[in-house]
Design a protein around this ligand. Sequence first.
Ligand code: NAD
Length: 467
Amino acid sequence: LIIQIRYEVSLMKEVSAAGIQQILQNQRTYFATQETKSLTFRMEQLKQLKAGIKKREHEVIDALALDLGKSELESYSTEIGILYEEINFTIKHLKSWAKPKKVKTPVTHVGSKGFIIPEPYGTVLIMAPWNYPFQLALSPLIGAIAAGNTAIIKPSELTPNVSSLLSTLLQKLYLPSYVSAVEGGVHTSQALLEERFDYIFFTGSPAVGKVVMEAASRHLTPVTLELGGKSPVIVHEDANIPLAAKRIVFGKFMNAGQTCIAPDYLLVHSKIKASLIEAIKEVIQAFYGPNPIESPAYSKIVNERHYNRLSGYLKEGMVIYGGERNDSKQKIAPTLIERVKLDSPVMTEEIFGPIFPVLEYTSLEEAIELIHSRPKPLALYVFTENKNTADEVTGRISFGGGCINDTLMHIATPHLPFGGVGESGMGNYHGKASFDTFSHRKSVLKQTNRFDFSFRYPSAKNGLQRV
Ligand code: NAD
């Protein structure tokens, strides 16, 4: 099977600009037939998507193992199972989400009725990153289908096995005039961005997010930008240390730290710093064994460029745990570093890997000020047993989303919209938020013909005087 997937990758062909225009034109024509707007049709496509993934679960797991060295457990829970949950939730609620909503009208509009009708934008572009390459391409697609759009998906070129699999899967499930994957590198992304879409949903880095928004502005295309940044984790003096350690290690080292909402750096109260670090070391060993780079449960770094970038960070502080690397496997062990300078790259760039700078504070105010002095994070985590401390942190600091006494878990519930703020992104999705993201809210007023007030009209007979 692995040989077969590799063979497919070698066959992967980039689509030319003319090819992209043709797909887009076909999708516009298909969208105009109105077929994608039928509720039964949308439900059917979502069911097909779930069945299609189910049929190829093993291929997904193999492709993720080849591209990222992901374990089967991690692939299932973070790339496959999460999609099933999202599809089930969407199917369950779609009828009520899609229904036109009646709203009140003011006295000036007596006799009339107001409606908000959710309508699909049309043909949307979904651009995906490489870190959860399967899930982050298909999760937005669920929202796009639910809302009644057609879609072009651009998978990440850095995970070619998953990219190829996505293309094959979507070809089997849908006509290209409805949903199509366009594979290729940066210049394919650029060629796509030249075209006019009705909506662009981008997941990736803040730097490319700016490129996307600039391109979208040329056509006044609305965008959702799911970006990244440095997500802090605060562990206060009254935290439950064993639980905090377990949940931090879970969030930081899953997928070898290549998670957009992974804790990026640790802010720990000086009173508990030593005990928390000891607890974190124990949990790392319990999760990944004494030699994590040999553990099949522990992912590799996606490519050489990122491996070298991360290796460079190791020189920017004192390694207090981990630091082992394996060049041929492109693996870096879970690593804790101290004495990092706040203006050094490891503390100014998104780490996006298994290196965890540890900073200490003596008053909560200090921790809050440090976070305030930086761009608004995508995620923030605070560990404390005190409600006032949690309220102060979540109330005062602006961030995309996060957890009190946990990490990552806010992303895995369809009841919480997921997205960034400021430099970490704009817009959000998951559950109803996905449906809303891919729908225009069309406002319609239905006027009564039973009576008509003449005072609203000009009257030549009465000059400027109103009657
Ligand atoms: P990236 O921005 O480099 O690439 C994402 C997509 O943009 C790819 O499809 C790529 O082809 C395209 N692209 C790259 N350079 C381009 C250019 N110059 N012009 C046009 N298109 C271009 O991001 P990545 O490295 O794949 O992913 C890592 C980043 O994504 C991190 O910052 C991470 O935090 C973020 N991320 C965010 C979320 C979220 O949900 N908010 C999820 C995963 C990853």
